[in-house]
Write a protein that binds this ligand. Structure first.
Ligand code: COA
Length: 165
């Protein structure tokens, strides 16, 4: 994981000119972010709505702090966490290749439309480039979310995914 100082600064990469964006800091996930992240993930739908008191929720969250392949970035506005992205970068059996995969992205409804999701994604893409990841996979079925990804020139649409379960 690169130092965050080497990641794009919000003021530089933001699409929105709204002042709040300049006050957003993108930082690595911390243990103390547990509650806020679990609550933000509920916006992804029922499958991502986890019980804070279930030890499985905490142990999975902890992987994003401790497992060298799993990562998390949060968007902070002062003490408040207004967005999160969890992802994995893992090697594949092809010399020099590693794949990034989005594990979830959510922004507080009060702070949507300001460019925070794009900022988080671009920070992740910057990390992927630094470690030489060859792809970063995001999945989306909501047309609005698809249009968010399609609006980013740094994401190239490729392929189609079939679900068997
Ligand atoms: C998708 C999500 C992360 C976008 O966050 P955001 O910070 O508002 O996104 P940005 O401000 O960077 O980009 C805004 C773009 O998102 C898209 N978008 C996605 N969902 C949207 C929604 N519900 N309402 C409006 N725009 C939405 C639009 O294309 C918009 O583009 P525009 O500003 O040019 O109109 C946020 O709506 C969210 O948390 N949704 C619930 C969880 C989810 O669906 N996550 C993505 C699946 S992994």
């Amino acid at each position: 994981m690169p130092e965050l100082s080497s990641m794009p600064r919000p003021e530089v990469t933001a699409d929105s000119g709204k002042p709040v964006l300049g006050a957003i800091a993108i930082t690595r996930l911390r243990e103390s972010d547990y509650r806020a992240v679990v609550e933000l993930f509920r916006h992804l739908g029922p499958k991502y709505s986890c019980d804070l008191n279930d030890p499985r929720t905490k142990s999975t969250f902890d992987l994003y702090l401790a497992d060298e392949r799993k990562h998390g970035l949060v968007a902070r506005l002062g003490d408040r966490i207004v967005g999160v992205i969890l992802y994995e970068i893992t090697p594949v059996l092809s010399i020099g290749f590693s794949h990034g995969r989005n594990d979830g992205l959510a922004v507080d409804p009060e702070f949507r439309g300001l460019g925070i999701a794009k900022l988080l994604l671009r920070s992740v893409l910057s990390h992927c480039r630094e470690v030489g990841a060859t792809t970063y996979m995001v999945k989306a079925s909501n047309p609005k979310v698809i249009s968010l990804y399609r609006s980013m020139p740094d994401l190239v649409e490729r392929g189609i995914y079939f679900y068997t379960i």
